[in-house]
Design a protein around this ligand. Structure first.
Ligand code: UDP
Length: 492
């Protein structure tokens, strides 16, 4: 009698607990569950669990047969306010405290619940190391660009060459980051400036905690997981992906996931997409802004949104407001509830837009605190996206064929912006602290003819290539199949 086929491993997803990581991890988990029949436990931190319940009610955590949610305490104080909840540095530093709870979940709860073999999918290095300690096989799911991980992998060499940490604060201000060209990073453009590397290098402190965490994370990814899965597509980042194979365990590019999910839905016909649709928003969405967009002409609206973490200073908000106003274009602008002003406006805690700005833009501008961004970008009224260059935002924009104004703030955003503006030619880059005239001029450039036309042509080509990669049989589906085989092989 033939041996019964081995049971599939039970996948434990545990993404870094912010929106930009949770969304693609949930998309990948749903896809593997739906298309390949894996059982999944999706782990949130306790604070995100509470936040999901507040934003979307119990349905946000309802699960399905073979797909369940779990939560581990994160050691961060619970808060009823949105304010400061997503402080990235606090989150980073709190993560090691999650490790014992995570081990408990795996060692005591999960086997009893599943009686299956387990495999961890995570981008949190203390969690990957914990998995290694307890003999749990693991893969990394890197939710941002391959280019940004390659740039992060170079930080150890920048340190060895004495370029990082910076010598003094003056180097941050005097153009040093712009004039220092790093032409030796494998797979990255020859013209990469120090400015284009992840913001973690912008320190003068040899003991900088975030720099140390970055070095630990990149070392972990080289040595701990059995594979690294990227939320990108091969055609977009082929050079860097190929260079990365020399540095990391086997790698697979399986994005853009929103398109793969739609492909599965489309293949099954009609509303099937809804049955595997992935509500992942940690905040309540203002869907009425889609109705507002319905009333606008095609390509007439500038959409401005800075993801889930970036905080603008009061001055930046005001300059941006007047740049939007004087561009003459209609606009939809996301200002999160926790977008309290930072920096020089001492004591200010809430966003106050100038009353003259509100009066001048009445009827042609809409400000909202959180929108269904992917749907907004796909709306035909949207002609340009003013973005902080978070990777999900950029992929969503490419998939929708919308050119970008790139204003990177921190983390991987500088690298993403560089690639978008000089390699993929889908955006124009703003300076580090743009004033209203610069914002106005850049909007006119991207929304208008000439350069705007070029950007629209280029982004349309990338949109087409993304769709091909995500079509059944395209490169990302082929790679996803390979991941499945690799995943199975790991636990056999
Ligand atoms: N997003 C959203 N509504 C908003 C603003 C953002 O749904 O009003 C989503 C956006 O579509 C993206 C995610 O939040 O999927 C932000 O991730 P990204 O990687 O762009 O930036 P991060 O928040 O990690 O800086």
């Amino acid at each position: 009698m033939a041996a019964a086929p081995a049971a599939k491993p039970h996948l434990v997803f545990f993404p870094f607990p912010t929106q930009g990581h949770v969304t693609p991890a949930l998309q990948l988990a749903r896809l593997l569950h739906h298309c390949h029949g894996f059982d999944v436990t999706f782990v949130h931190t306790e604070r995100n669990r509470l936040r999901l319940l507040r934003a979307r009610g119990p349905s946000a955590l309802a699960g399905a047969p073979g797909f369940r949610f779990a939560a581990v305490p994160d050691g961060l104080p619970p808060s009823d306010e949105d304010a400061a909840r997503d402080d990235a540095a606090a989150l980073l530093l709190s993560l090691p405290t999650v490790v014992p709870q995570f081990k408990d979940l795996v060692l005591s709860e999960l086997p009893a619940a599943s009686c299956r073999r387990l495999l961890l999918v995570s981008d949190i290095d203390p969690i990957l190391r914990a998995a290694q300690e307890i003999g749990l096989p693991c893969v990394t799911f890197w939710t941002t660009s391959a280019s940004s991980l390659m740039a992060m992998q170079q930080i150890q060499h920048l340190v060895a060459k004495g370029l990082v940490p910076l010598k003094d604060a003056e180097q941050l201000r005097n153009g040093y980051l712009d004039s220092t060209v790093i032409d030796w990073a494998p797979g990255l453009p020859k013209g990469m400036r120090l400015r284009d590397f992840p913001s973690f290098i912008r320190t003068t402190d040899p003991d900088d905690a975030v720099l140390a965490l970055t070095l630990r994370l990149t070392e972990c990814y080289r040595t701990v997981p059995s594979a690294v899965v990227f939320h990108t597509f091969e055609e977009l980042e082929s050079q860097v992906i190929s260079a990365m194979s020399d540095i990391l365990p086997p790698i697979y590019a399986i994005g853009p996931l929103p398109l793969l999910l739609r492909e599965v839905g489309a293949g099954a016909g009609g509303d099937h997409a809804a049955s595997i649709s992935v509500g992942s928003s940690l905040s309540k969405e203002d869907r009425a802004c889609l109705d507002w967009l319905d009333g606008k002409r095609p390509n007439s609206v500038v959409f401005a949104s800075f993801g889930s973490l970036v905080k603008l200073t009061c001055e930046q908000l005001v300059e941006l407001a007047w740049g939007l106003a004087s561009s003459g274009y209609d606009f939809l602008w996301v200002i999160r509830a926790d977008q309290q002003v930072t920096g020089s406006a001492a004591g200010a805690t809430a966003v106050v837009l100038p009353p003259e700005f509100m009066a001048e833009t009445e009827g042609r501008g809409r400000v909202t605190s959180w929108c269904p961004q992917e749907a907004v970008l796909r709306h035909e009224a949207v002609g340009a996206f003013l973005t902080h260059c978070g990777w999900n935002s950029m992929l969503e924009s490419v998939c929708a064929g919308v050119p970008m104004l790139c204003w990177p703030f921190a983390a991987d955003q500088q690298t993403n912006s560089r690639m978008a503006c000089t390699e993929w030619r889908v955006g124009v880059e703003l300076s580090e602290d743009p004033g209203r005239e610069e914002v106005e001029a850049a909007i006119r450039q991207v929304m208008g003819g000439g350069r705007g036309e070029e950007l629209r042509r280029s982004v349309a080509e990338w949109k087409y290539k993304a769709a091909l990669a995500a079509r059944l049989g395209g490169s990302s589906w082929v790679n996803l199949e390979r991941v499945v085989n690799e995943v199975l092989a790991l636990v056999d």
